[in-house]
Design a protein around this ligand. Structure first.
Ligand SMILES: Cc1cc2nc3c(=O)[nH]c(=O)nc-3n(C[C@H](O)[C@H](O)[C@H](O)COP(=O)(O)OP(=O)(O)OC[C@H]3O[C@@H](n4cnc5c(N)ncnc54)[C@H](O)[C@@H]3O)c2cc1C
Length: 423
């Protein structure tokens, strides 16, 4: 395993760090003022996008970025430290056109869209001219199990008719979101993994109603995490993404890279929390001592540093594995980091909040948002339990295979001593 960053990645890390320092951080306050005044998207985002694109700091996330698309596609290992730097400010990834769910949607279109679909949707996404939504989750079914999805996609002549309700749809309120991708059932009687299909549609298609923007942990996202209803929505059959019945497989293909990107950004957010915790502990005195002189706070700082370093290494290993062997080969590692990093984020941010006292709960630091986001990540990329179950499944399967291996040493099945070393 070699996690050394390439020269290209090191150079871009410097450039992105400088860009964040010179342009993003100075505009953080203005961004929040605009959003709290109901202005979305704030003009600063579009201005900074133009600047970043001009400097070639654009579309880092896609290793197979087509040569005619703007920007620099990087390997996952090269991209990881950049995502970490961008992740420090929650709206910054968009400045570099590396924001979810657009990145996942671009990857999906890149892999499965027809040339005409790419021209219509992928090109403006690569250019950062439009944004997009991915609509899978439904209020009435446990949506962490995508085979449960009930939304109806019915073929009628040259059209699909879409009916149903989706919720927690990111970006649905963004006026620049022009593309929606929906997962629904086309063959209710088919095998569970082949019943579903994905269809694309313009967000302003008649019959689509955004019923409400749902806050999470009291955070109301300006781009929306919305409940959306479809009533008899008609789209041409050319809007089919991939093949009928392949919707579940496409959803799986989309989620792998998305999850690792969230983890990379999360590591950056853990670093922000640790930085803030250290600064506050250095300057605040209580009962005759600086806070960092209290043993428990020193321990929190040390444990945060140790945990972050461990988590980063596992994320980098996962990136390295995806680059070498693909998403499928890295499924266990993707589940491991998705179960590891979001709870780590909430733990470290929670301790930082404690060190700040009441201020830690206020909007005067990013900590409340970072906590809410870490908490949301424990569900939104698949609940922790689902990922733990997946890791356990891999381990048990490996153990079963070892037991069944006829070449295993005599008596191994009954052995309670050191098992042979797996290749
Ligand atoms: C901020 C935010 C943004 C989101 N954006 C989008 C979006 O853009 N598009 C979209 O489609 N969705 C989006 N979602 C929804 C998200 O993807 C789903 O919430 C997630 O997939 C979980 O589905 P669910 O809420 O139906 O939970 P359920 O599937 O009902 O699960 C509930 C609980 O059941 C338990 N559980 C489930 N499975 C197991 C298991 N195997 N073992 C043990 N326990 C289990 C867990 O405790 C889990 O938390 C977003 C959510 C949030 C919070």
């Amino acid at each position: 395993m070699d996690f050394a960053y390439s020269d290209r990645s090191v150079e871009l890390q410097g450039a992105v760090r400088r860009f964040m320092q010179d342009y993003v951080l100075p505009h953080e306050q203005a961004y929040h003022t605009d959003v709290s005044n109901g202005i979305y998207p704030p003009q600063v985002v579009e201005d900074l996008k133009a600047l970043a694109k001009d400097e070639g700091l654009w579309n880092f996330f896609l290793p197979a970025l087509p040569s005619d698309a703007p920007g620099t596609g990087l390997s996952n290992l090269e991209y990881a430290p950049l995502a970490e730097i961008m992740g420090r400010v929650y709206w910054a990834s968009e400045v570099f056109n590396c924001n979810a769910p657009d990145t996942g949607n671009m990857e999906l279109l890149h892999l499965f869209a027809t040339p005409a679909q790419k021209e219509r949707w992928l090109k403006p996404l690569f250019e950062g001219e439009i944004r997009s939504c991915f609509m899978m989750t439904e209020p009435d079914v446990a949506s962490s199990d995508a085979t449960n999805i009930q939304f109806s996609i019915r073929r009628d002549g040259d059209e699909y008719v879409l009916d149903g309700r989706k919720w927690f749809i990111t970006n649905a309120l963004d006026p620049r979101a022009k593309l929606g991708i929906v997962l629904g059932v086309t063959d209710p009687d088919g095998p569970p993994h082949q019943r579903h299909t994905q269809v694309m549609f313009p967000m302003d298609t008649p019959g689509i109603v955004i019923e409400r923007n749902i806050s999470y942990m009291n955070h109301l996202a300006p781009e929306g995490t919305c409940e959306v209803v479809f009533r008899g929505v008609r789209v041409p059959v050319e809007n089919l993404l991939g093949e009928e019945g392949a919707g579940f497989a496409l959803a799986q293909a989309r989620l792998g890279p998305g999850r690792i990107h969230h983890c990379m950004r999360s590591i950056g957010q853990c670093e922000v929390a640790l930085d803030l915790m250290c600064q506050r502990a250095l300057e605040r005195r209580a009962f005759g001592k600086y806070l960092h002189e209290y043993g428990n706070i020193g321990d929190w700082i040390a444990k945060a540093r140790i945990d972050i370093e461990q988590a980063r290494l596992l994320v980098l290993k996962t990136a390295w594995l995806i680059d070498r062997e693909g998403n499928r080969a890295a499924r266990k590692e993707i589940s491991m980091i998705t179960a590891l990093v979001p709870p780590l984020q909430t733990k470290i941010v929670n301790r930082a909040i404690q060190v700040f006292g009441a201020m830690g709960l206020s909007p005067d630091t990013p900590l409340p948002y970072l906590w809410s986001w870490g908490r949301a990540l424990q569900i939104l990329d698949g609940p922790d339990e689902v990922h733990l179950r997946a890791v356990a499944h891999h381990e048990i399967k490996r153990a079963q295979e070892e037991r069944a291996d006829s070449t295993a040493p005599e008596g191994y099945r009954q052995s309670r001593f050191t098992p042979p070393i797996a290749e």
